[in-house]
Design a protein around this ligand. Structure first.
Ligand SMILES: *[C@@H]1O[C@H](CO)[C@@H](O)[C@H](O)[C@H]1NC(C)=O
Length: 326
């Protein structure tokens, strides 16, 4: 399934998001600033570079000098935004050693107690082509945000895209949906353009999952994806509907355990018990469909039918034989 999906997704690059917007907000002069501990040697490199950042042909020379002095002052106190500004400058300058120093600075900021969101985004981009799992770790961290620094909407999309590359469609749906829905809970962190891009990406992904005929999702894929398969986030956690779904999955899990353990001991599993579990799972899911069918997305209908179809096959088989694995 996923191989086909990926080729369809190649046209979508990583989203840069509103990095520049956040930077300009966070360098507001009197914003309360936080600081971070940092390795002295690395810190010395940051200071050395910051001093060279004064060289300019800026027409507003006086103002520039003033800002530069402010940057140096903030830097001396270990200010996170100042360190981040220096890291960006180092990275743009782009000589080999400067690049390495910038990445080290981002690590110090993102891995430290501050869990600095924009540094995590920068690391996500740095690793995207060379180490996808590491890039994913940082995009996920940025997508979760921290304090007043997130969630980062574009990072959520990028995490979703990487999850798909790593064959995890359920997590991909989860993160792209998170990107599409940032505006509901955190309007200040969402832009209409990114919201629309992510809504469209979510619909595209949902459609491709349903249209995949070469190797359609199995029962386990379907069960994993279901909760992330409605852009309206149906069913809501702690709701009646959610509990219905969860019970259905528990019964299936009990069936799976029964069959697994029976097979492991080399004996015929409790046929009656297995049938009871399957029947109970079927009932929960049928209730869900009849009671909340109109609340479910098309993808959720598609997935629940895959599960119910498989359950029916197992029940039919059990009438004559022993249990099969899910
Ligand atoms: C299901 O959809 C109906 C009609 O669209 C709506 O009134 C109801 O609140 C929804 N229920 C849930 C649990 O989402």
């Amino acid at each position: 399934m996923l191989v086909v999906l990926l080729t369809l997704w190649m046209w979508v690059g990583y989203l840069m998001g509103f990095v520049s917007l956040v930077v300009s907000q966070s360098t507001l002069h009197d914003a309360p600033s936080s600081t971070t501990p940092i390795d002295p040697e690395l810190f010395a490199k940051a200071i050395t570079h910051a001093k060279t950042m004064a060289i300019t042909n800026d027409p507003n020379h006086r103002q520039h000098i003033q800002q530069h002095q402010q940057l140096l002052d903030q830097l001396q106190s270990g200010n996170i935004e100042a360190l981040y500004t220096v890291a960006q400058s180092l990275n743009q300058r782009g000589a080999g050693d400067d690049r390495i120093t910038s990445v080290q600075l981002w690590h110090a900021l993102a891995d430290g107690p501050a869990a600095h969101v924009l540094s995590a985004v920068a690391l996500g981009f740095s690793y995207a082509e060379v180490d996808k799992e590491l890039a994913l770790k940082y995009f996920v961290q940025a997508a979760q945000g921290k304090g007043d620094g997130g969630p980062h909407q574009a990072a959520a999309f990028n995490a979703g895209r990487l999850f798909l590359e790593l064959n995890d469609a359920a997590s991909s749906l989860a993160y792209i949906r998170a990107c599409a829905n940032v505006h509901n809970q955190f309007p200040a962190y969402a832009t209409p353009q990114l919201t629309q891009t992510c809504q469209e990406a979510y619909e595209t992904l949902s459609l491709h999952i349903r249209q995949e005929t070469t190797s359609p999702p199995g029962i386990e894929d379907a069960a994993e994806m279901f909760l992330y398969s409605s852009i309206d986030e149906f069913p809501e956690p702690n709701s009646k509907e959610f509990a219905m779904w969860a019970r259905g999955m528990e019964y299936l899990e009990m069936y799976a355990t029964l069959v697994r353990e029976g097979n492991a001991r080399g004996e015929i599993s409790g046929n009656k018990k297995g049938q009871t579990y399957l029947l109970a799972a079927q009932q929960e899911l049928e209730h869900m469909k009849s009671g909340y069918g109109k609340n479910m997305s098309e993808l959720q209908h598609y997935l629940i039918d895959i599960i119910l179809g498989r359950v029916q096959v197992l029940m039919t088989a059990m009438e004559s034989e022993d249990g099969y694995e899910l």
